[in-house]
Design a protein around this ligand. Structure first.
Ligand code: AHR
Length: 307
């Protein structure tokens, strides 16, 4: 039916079935694939009808998808914003249509926090700090400069901004840590490899690679091996996510440390959606619980890793 449901502008089915419009970033990484699966399976389990849209890493596609969800009068919109800025107009349109919005995984920088009901996802600054703390501990007795290259995530995205900031905050306390190159690899394996190849050509003296996700780190490993160096030994590698392929490389000694970022947000997202559709209050921020993995811990965790 196309008639407006009570209270909001929604077209809730007569049987009370909730329809959620979900705009996903894309399919850029193993993390994203696991996140999509989690959202789709959890919607099914919760009896929520999901309208899923893949933005292929483009903000304009997400804005189009959100506008289409508004037109279709879904009950709730959830999305993982590819970048932080530029959402106010479309979020105001959703608010005017009385459709609640839930941010999942990534934040927006809108000053008006009434434009969304809650934000479910990781603390990306803390993830960056965890990466930095491990490095500081590893090199605590070193006197010489430690030359670091950084593969950043998608330019302007919350995880790229925050993982860079958290890491810089920690290593910035000791001048021996030097970030000699830092560039975006767009969270993909192919870009990670390409940028690492350029880093290796320009800098013969790289000690450490900090990659904002496993996929870029895995691409970089190919570049390092291609340059005749041993990943994990000649160049120490820290990544973020802890997806299966990353954990395998960690267990194999090619990565040295992984900061976990959990993609399994679907269950919590569906619970929050049910509450906001009913008009119940929800916490403004729900932070995902996460850990870190050393090579030994990866070996233990791998057999039961879900993704
Ligand atoms: O927003 C989460 C990040 O997006 C993941 O760490 C990365 O792998 C993904 O592409």
């Amino acid at each position: 039916t196309a008639c407006g449901g009570g209270g909001g502008g929604s077209a809730s089915a007569a049987d009370g079935t909730i329809t959620m419009g979900f705009s996903q970033v894309g399919a850029e990484s193993g993390w994203r694939t696991a996140n999509t699966k989690s959202v789709q399976e959890s919607a099914k389990a919760a009896g929520i009808q999901l309208k899923f849209s893949d933005a292929q890493q483009k903000q304009e596609n997400q804005i189009k998808a959100i506008r289409s969800f508004i037109q279709q009068k879904v009950d709730v919109i959830a999305f993982s914003p590819v970048v932080e800025s530029g959402w106010d107009t479309v979020l105001k349109e959703a608010k005017n249509a009385k459709i609640p919005v839930i941010l999942t995984d990534r934040a927006v920088d809108s000053k008006d926090t009434s434009l969304y009901k809650t934000f479910l996802g990781s603390d990306f600054v803390e993830e960056g700090r965890k990466a930095g703390n491990w490095l500081v501990e590893q090199y605590k007795d070193a006197k010489d400069p430690v030359n670091i290259v950084e593969l950043q995530g998608t330019t302007g995205s919350a995880p790229a901004n925050d993982r860079k900031a958290g890491f810089a905050e920690v290593i910035g306390k000791d001048a021996k840590f030097k970030v000699i190159a830092s560039q975006s690899g767009d969270f993909t394996r192919a870009k990670g490899k390409e940028v690492m190849e350029a880093f290796l050509k320009a800098h013969p003296d790289i000690d450490v690679l900090y990659a904002h996700n496993d996929d870029m780190g895995l691409g970089a490993i190919e570049a390092i091996e291609g340059a005749g160096k041993k990943p994990g030994v000649d160049i120490k590698i820290i990544t973020v996510d802890a997806v299966r392929d990353g954990m395998q490389a960690l267990a194999d000694g090619k990565i040295n440390f992984i900061v976990e970022c959990s993609p399994l947000l679907g269950g919590q997202l569906m619970d929050l959606a049910k509450k906001v559709v009913k008009g119940e209050s929800v916490p403004a921020r729900v932070v995902t619980e996460e850990t870190t993995f050393t090579q030994e811990q990866a070996k233990q965790a791998l057999p039961t890793r879900q993704y």
